[in-house]
Write a protein that binds this ligand. Structure first.
Ligand code: FAD
Length: 275
């Protein structure tokens, strides 16, 4: 069981718990992107096990729920070998297609970007119910987006959670924000698919709404479980909002990341532990 405090950010340890959470969020108008926690596998077995867990989650999702999944390349075996990742991804996409569900592919550190984009492009032409995450902090993203807008599917723009070598990335919050806004403008102008605005930043969400009003491009707002949930519910009254919902037994390192990334989260955890 996920202990109190951590359960603000993680839905539970198993599929039943995540589906309960999805049901609760849907009652408040917010849809869900389910992510089984796991990454950086160096062996094939856990990668195959997680791929199987995603396939059964997709099969078990009740028709009444508007939910999808988001997978991490290194969870599906990218570090074991690109072919392991590609096979596992293809198996999940095939089941998602049978079940009428959407599959997102998260973006991890800079060493994985080429293989991740290649695998997305190889699948999405035949299976357009797929989306890829791109990171605004990476300098290469201008070029990547010019290529990716030619494909169907959805693209989720995030600021970037990893720490790439200095020469490959925009440095400092202001430069990343500037890149994020530039990419939003490009996507809303040039992309026929749906733009996923993966940010808690009110300024970026407002800019996306303005761009939607200007260009009419489809978009959805995506935020993490436990972060600005009131805003998620408010925004969902007018726009499509998805919550990214992590679950699974490997929750501890994810929870630490959430606590350490922001003073308010650390205070929330400390208050709960002391009370
Ligand atoms: P920040 O720049 O961190 O903050 C900007 C402003 O947002 C703050 O000033 C505040 O007003 C508001 N804000 C931010 N956090 C909080 C909070 N906890 N409580 C209240 N207000 C807050 N990264 C990847 O590298 N790869 C991925 O695949 C990936 N997928 C993601 C999927 C989703 C749905 C989301 C939301 C994020 C994902 N990320 C991913 C993480 C992302 O790259 C950022 O690290 C993370 O979202 C923080 O950036 P931000 O845009 O939310 O805002």
């Amino acid at each position: 069981m996920i202990p109190p405090v951590a359960d603000r950010f993680v839905a539970g340890e198993d599929a039943a718990a995540v589906l309960d959470h999805v049901r609760r969020m849907e009652a408040s108008g917010v849809k869900s992107i389910c992510n089984l926690l796991g990454e950086h596998y160096q062996e094939r077995d856990p990668a195959d096990e997680d791929a199987a867990a995603y396939r059964s989650l997709l099969r078990d999702m009740p028709d009444s729920l508007d939910a999808c999944v988001s997978v991490k390349p290194s969870q599906l075996g990218l570090q074991v070998g690109p072919s392991v990742f590609e096979e596992n991804l293809a198996s999940i996409v095939a089941v998602a297609e049978e079940e009428g569900r959407f599959v997102w592919v998260d973006m991890e550190d800079y060493t994985t970007i080429d293989t991740t984009i290649d695998a997305f492009e190889a699948n999405v032409a035949d299976h357009p119910e797929m989306g890829l995450c791109v990171q605004a902090n990476m300098k290469r993203t201008d070029d990547d987006l010019r290529e990716l807008v030619e494909y169907p599917g959805k693209l989720r723009l995030v600021k970037g959670a990893y720490d790439p070598p200095r020469e490959l990335a925009h440095q400092g919050k202001a430069a990343v924000n500037e890149a994020y806004e530039r990419h939003l403008e490009f996507l809303f102008r040039e992309y026929d698919g749906t733009v996923g605005v993966g940010s808690h930043d009110p300024a970026m969400v407002e800019r996306a709404i303005e761009l939607h009003e200007e260009h009419g491009t489809d978009f959805e707002i995506q935020m993490l479980m436990g972060v600005r949930e009131d805003a998620q519910v408010d925004l969902a009254r007018e726009y499509e909002v998805y919550q990214y919902v992590p679950y699974g037994s490997r929750w501890l390192s994810y929870f630490y990341r959430r606590v350490l990334e922001r003073k308010e989260n650390a205070l929330f955890a400390l208050r709960a532990i002391l009370s």
